[in-house]
Write a protein that binds this ligand. Structure first.
Ligand code: THU
Length: 135
């Protein structure tokens, strides 16, 4: 996996962020198991709750085009922080990703990033296996 390329793509995605209410701009780049990259940005709404996070934009773009297996996601904010995904986005990741293998890259720059597995950020998560009593 080319981590630096994925971070670069996340910064590109952030350029399209639509965040007139929070002024908090986020970009994400999602890498599929086949090596394709889907970009996403946050998209806000005057009614607030329809707002979509950058991570989910990337996932929904990818899933809507047939992708189902994912290797990693890079996420960047614009306040110089390590931007960890919100709980709703972690849950969406859990739907499609192997929690022990899927990598979440929180990048402040191409030189400064931290990597977590989904399992680390969403331990004991609820998922399809929970519905049939397999956990
Ligand atoms: N946001 C994301 O895009 N990803 C996250 O993981 C956290 C929050 C967005 C949603 C909203 O547009 C803005 O950041 C402030 O919450």
């Amino acid at each position: 996996m080319n981590i630096l390329k994925l971070i670069e793509e996340a910064f590109e995605a952030k350029k399209y962020s639509y965040a007139p209410y929070s002024d908090f701009h986020v970009g994400a780049a999602l890498l599929t198991a086949e090596g394709e990259i889907y970009r996403g940005c946050n998209i806000e709404n005057a009614a607030y709750s329809p707002t979509n996070c950058a991570e989910r934009t990337a996932f929904f773009k990818a899933v809507s085009e047939g992708a189902r297996e994912f290797a990693a996601i890079a996420i960047v904010g614009d306040k110089g922080e390590y931007l960890a995904p919100c709980g709703v986005c972690r849950q969406v990741m859990a739907e499609f990703c192997d929690a022990e293998r899927f990598q979440i890259i929180l990048a402040r720059s191409k030189e400064d990033y931290k990597i977590y597995t989904l399992k680390e950020l969403l331990p004991e998560g609820f998922g399809a296996a929970s519905l049939v009593g397999k956990v």
